[in-house]
Write a protein that binds this ligand. Structure first.
Ligand code: G6P
Length: 475
């Protein structure tokens, strides 16, 4: 795709690299980073910068060196003082917006100082962005950490082209309107030309919220606000399909798969991998596995659950509590059912690198992707794409955005432990022919709407709004 803009300015809370105190750079966690990184690598966009937080608290004396080192990778760090960062990231982002947007209002902590810091930190990002804006640049802001940034930039650069994509769900108005700062947050977003969501449900929620909170109505997703046109649209984020599809041919991955299968010879493998988060439904998954073992003694010694939990947001109490709760349940299950030659739940509290992750996808009979709420969930898409052998079954929550595209998965309501247990039993029963049919249909879809298509669609739409905007202002 040829773009007419010259420079793309990506702004997200995290930089694609986390800079450690020894000044080494490692890849940052999360679907946002991996998706955007792949998009930038594969698309023809050469002139871009990525502005974000470097992922750790660094000594002031190192800022200059870090800036220079990061610049070579087109990364531009926003240094956030530790005290502010706590109220911004652990506070407003992850104790207010994250739980509310995922439908956990009881987890929300309303604290004025979190809100004040959220404004301050959005301003810090704005100051950094202002250094790179040119007449022909496009600014693409990402996720719930930066909801106020669009209008801050708009105030400084009235004719800027600004897009925003939300990587998490947008809640129904009844939930959003609980926020004391609901007007300010919506007005912040309305600084954009284009606002994108993963699935239609979130787009519709946003439009209804706008109407109820600010009395602003739309016409087929187009809004007229302060003499500007704003488009609201759905763009389901995809993955690098070919990368996952062809990964099984890699020597290292083949070896790892063989190793996992040898170690667990004669046993069916159930796999799950998530960031540690109460939205992911990990505890319910354990309850379902426990129920399965109670219900089906014939499965004893013949099935294992490999559960990978990736450390996350350790500064937030709900996450600390959840880790404890999960680990207690795992040891309870292993204590109750385990034998010297059979540990029912194999638990890893760490992240897996690409090769290890795909090897697990390939060695698995059944994968459980059962969040209570999830914006998209790329794990589900990666698993399906990686199965070139057309084997394996995916049990997928109806509350994951990806369920809209993966209708051939076993779709479940993760709040029903019974439904989860039955789905696992059924997954072990379906024929290879049926597995093949289901996986093939899903693969066709994932291949068509991949990460490149997602990014290009968003940017082309943003540019077309820009043209409309131009015509509109000269009429
Ligand atoms: C989700 C969010 C991302 C975030 C990622 C990891 O995918 O949408 O914005 O980066 O989780 O979370 P963290 O808090 O570690 O950045």
């Amino acid at each position: 795709m040829e773009n007419s803009f010259k420079r793309l300015i990506i702004v997200a809370n995290r930089l694609p690299f986390t800079i450690k105190s020894d000044l080494s750079f490692i890849k940052s966690p999360g679907g946002l980073v991996s998706g955007l990184t792949t998009f930038l690598k594969k698309s023809k966009i050469k002139d871009y910068v990525w502005i974000g937080w470097p992922g750790s608290h660094l000594n002031k004396s190192t800022f200059k060196i870090i800036k220079e080192k990061a610049k070579r990778l087109k990364n531009h760090p926003v240094f956030i003082p530790a005290k502010q960062f706590d109220k911004f990231y652990n506070g407003f982002c992850n104790k207010v917006l994250w739980p509310l947007f995922h439908g956990f209002p009881s987890h929300v902590v309303y604290d004025e100082s979190y809100w004040e810091t959220y404004i301050e930190v959005n301003k810090l990002f704005c100051n950094e962005v202002a250094k790179y804006v040119t007449l022909d640049s496009i600014i693409w802001i990402h996720d719930y950490h930066l909801l106020l940034l669009p209008s801050m930039i708009r105030n400084l650069f009235p004719s800027a082209t600004i897009g925003f994509f939300l990587h998490i769900p947008f809640p129904p108005p009844e939930l959003f309107m609980q926020l004391p700062w609901r007007r300010e947050l919506l007005e912040g977003l309305l600084g954009c030309d284009l606002i994108g969501f993963h699935i239609y449900e979130y787009t519709a929620n946003f439009l209804r919220t706008l109407s109820r909170t600010l009395g602003i109505d739309h016409k087929t997703g187009l809004i007229l606000y302060q003499d500007r046109l704003i488009k609201v649209e759905t763009f389901p984020m995809g993955i690098d399909f070919e990368l996952f599809y062809n990964a099984c041919e890699k020597r290292k991955i083949k070896k790892l798969v063989k190793n996992i299968k040898n170690q667990l010879k004669g046993k069916k493998i159930i796999f799950s991998v998530d960031r540690l988060d109460y939205t992911k439904g990990i505890y319910n998954r354990l309850l379902a596995f426990e129920r399965l073992l109670l219900k089906r003694p014939d499965f004893h010694e013949k099935v294992v659950l490999i559960m990978v939990v990736v450390p996350s947001r350790e500064g937030v109490e709900h996450y600390q509590r959840m880790k404890k709760q999960l680990e207690e349940k795992i040891s309870e299950i292993n204590g109750k059912f385990g034998k010297i030659h059979w540990i029912p739940v194999l638990y890893y509290y760490r992240s897996l690198d690409f090769e290890e992750l795909v090897a697990h996808y390939l060695a698995t009979d059944v994968i459980l992707v059962t969040p209570l709420k999830d914006g998209m969930n790329l794990i589900a898409k990666e698993f399906v794409a990686s199965r070139k052998d057309k084997r394996g079954v995916i049990i997928l929550s109806e509350f994951a955005g990806s369920a809209k595209e993966l209708g051939e998965a076993f779709i479940v309501n993760p709040n029903s432990i019974d439904e989860l247990t039955n789905a696992i039993e059924k997954a072990f029963e379906i024929s290879e022919e049926e597995q093949k049919e289901r996986i093939s249909s899903m693969q066709e879809r994932l291949k068509r709407y991949n990460i490149i298509k997602w990014g290009n669609d968003f940017l082309t739409t943003l540019e077309s709004i820009n043209e409309k905007k131009f015509k509109f202002s000269t009429q």
